[in-house]
Design a protein around this ligand. Structure first.
Ligand SMILES: Cc1ncc(COP(=O)(O)O)c(C=O)c1O
Length: 444
């Protein structure tokens, strides 16, 4: 029998018992998707504590990009752990740290010299970008997007604007941040159509921010997700970032690409911003870079990293085991042709979902690049009223049937499996997705 294999409708008794223990001891601040309690993972399959085997269309939330427990990753982790596990890079040196920078140097976009800083998470990669852009430019301002997610530390959350719960009661946040509209064409904030809109979502920044209340010479950086992740897997039109970069260059503003979810091969290129023919000044990465070990990387043009010793550092950042795993991830992506797999399997998922559109009253929009695919569900294709509860119901039904997927934005289901996903597992996942969608539509 193929996958998935459900032996007891999840959550089974062992999963329920662990979830109950969690509720009495763990902070309730996590917003869990569903009670999936993992026991082990292998490639694109995860097994829960009750013995159910799921197809992992989440990749542990875009993290295990080369699949669970890739033998070369575990081997490199073990090999490094057998030598040494920690020696603060804040004060000393080891080779993995430098190796990884050299490997990434050739992959990060830009035909210029770059430098690298390592932290432990996506949020830390964003914090480093905020501090670096301010330090280098001596300007206080940051532009970020409505709908964006950049993490939950105080700096990162000040840029984040995808759900009120992420910011509620945490003010005062870091000052100097202004939010701008994301180019969300399916729900254009200006009610215009691309390209006849002339990229109003860029020109309004000049007209309404820079000419009214945000002096552009006080803006250090625009922080952008090249594809908005938590905000709904929103893909900007292909010309958007070129227009934005033109505006940034006019005012000496740095462009940072938050590739924490979209980077390291997920979209079929090393970095999603490459699809838009634009070279950013700063690139943030985490999630998929180290196959599940904590690592955040901030890359920038070398000339921007002119900050003083002591201005920024991290005890654990760039840990030798995490950087060993990251080196293995890069080699695996290259040697196993995972950029190509991401491109071809992702195009296939999009094609299949687009074909489903006519038969399903709730599929409003299908979008994505590579293995970062979103399907936005609506109650009515004309009014585009978001099908929020129904999206949750589809996700839960998939979970019960053995496909782990999660939603994002208001009513978008996202598919972000490991880059190693096979056609067979995709077909089975899409079958289960469609079955779940049909059941929910029949009730709606
Ligand atoms: C685009 C983006 N930036 C930043 C983050 C924050 O990463 P972390 O949870 O590792 O701090 C995330 C996490 O989902 C993300 O998707």
């Amino acid at each position: 029998m193929g996958y998935p294999k459900i032996v007891v409708t999840p959550p089974g008794p062992k999963a329920k018992a662990i979830v109950d223990r969690d509720h009495s001891i763990i902070s309730p601040s996590f917003g869990r998707a569903y009670p999936l309690v993992i026991k082990s993972g292998d490639g694109c399959i995860i097994t829960d504590v009750d013995g159910n085997e799921f197809i992992d269309m989440n990749a542990g939330l875009a993290v295990v990009s080369v699949g669970h427990r890739h033998p070369r990753v575990t081997e490199s982790i073990k090999e490094q752990a057998d030598r040494f596990i920690h020696y603060s890079y804040t004060d000393f040196y080891y080779e993995n740290y430098v190796d990884l920078g050299e490997m990434l140097h050739d992959l990060v976009p830009g035909d210029f010299k770059k430098k690298f800083f390592y932290g432990n998470s996506g949020a830390e990669a964003v914090e480093a970008a905020i501090k670096l852009s301010r330090w280098h430019s001596k300007r206080p301002g940051i532009l970020a997007y409505i709908g964006s997610f950049h993490g939950r530390t105080m700096g990162a959350v000040s840029l984040t604007a995808s759900k009120p719960a992420q910011r509620r009661y945490f003010s005062p946040l870091v000052p100097g941040v202004e939010h701008i509209f994301y180019p969300y064409c399916y729900r254009c904030p200006f009610n215009l159509e691309c390209p006849s809109c002339g990229y109003r979502c860029v020109s309004y920044i000049d007209d309404y921010l820079f000419h009214k209340y945000v002096p552009p010479e006080e803006v250090a950086m625009v922080m952008a997700e090249p594809i908005q992740g938590e905000g709904g897997y929103v893909v900007p039109p292909r010309g958007y970032f070129k227009e934005l970069k033109k505006l940034c260059d006019e005012h000496g503003i740095l462009l940072a690409s938050d590739e924490i979810q979209s980077g390291v091969g997920r979209t079929g290129k090393w970095f999603a911003i490459e699809h838009f023919d634009v070279v950013p000044d700063i690139v943030c990465m985490a999630k998929g870079i180290a196959a599940g070990l904590p690592l955040g990387v901030t890359a920038s043009r070398a000339d921007l990293m002119d900050w003083d010793p002591g201005s920024h550092a991290s005890t654990f950042g760039g840990n030798p085991v995490a950087t060993a795993a990251a080196k293995a991830v890069i080699q695996i992506i290259k040697e196993e042709g995972l950029l190509e797999n991401s491109e071809s399997q992702g195009s296939y998922i999009k094609k299949r979902l687009t074909e489903m559109k006519d038969d399903h009253k709730m599929i409003g929009d299908v979008r994505g690049i590579g293995l970062m695919v979103g399907v936005e569900l609506v109650k009515d294709k004309y009014t585009k009223e978001p099908a929020k509860q129904e999206t949750n119901d589809v996700m839960m039904s998939c979970f019960r049937k053995g496909v782990a997927i999660v939603n994002c934005g208001v009513s978008t289901i996202r598919m972000m499996p490991p880059l190693t996903i096979t056609r067979e597992l995709i077909d089975r996942s899409l079958e289960i997705f469609e079955e779940s969608l049909s059941e929910v539509e029949a009730r709606a």
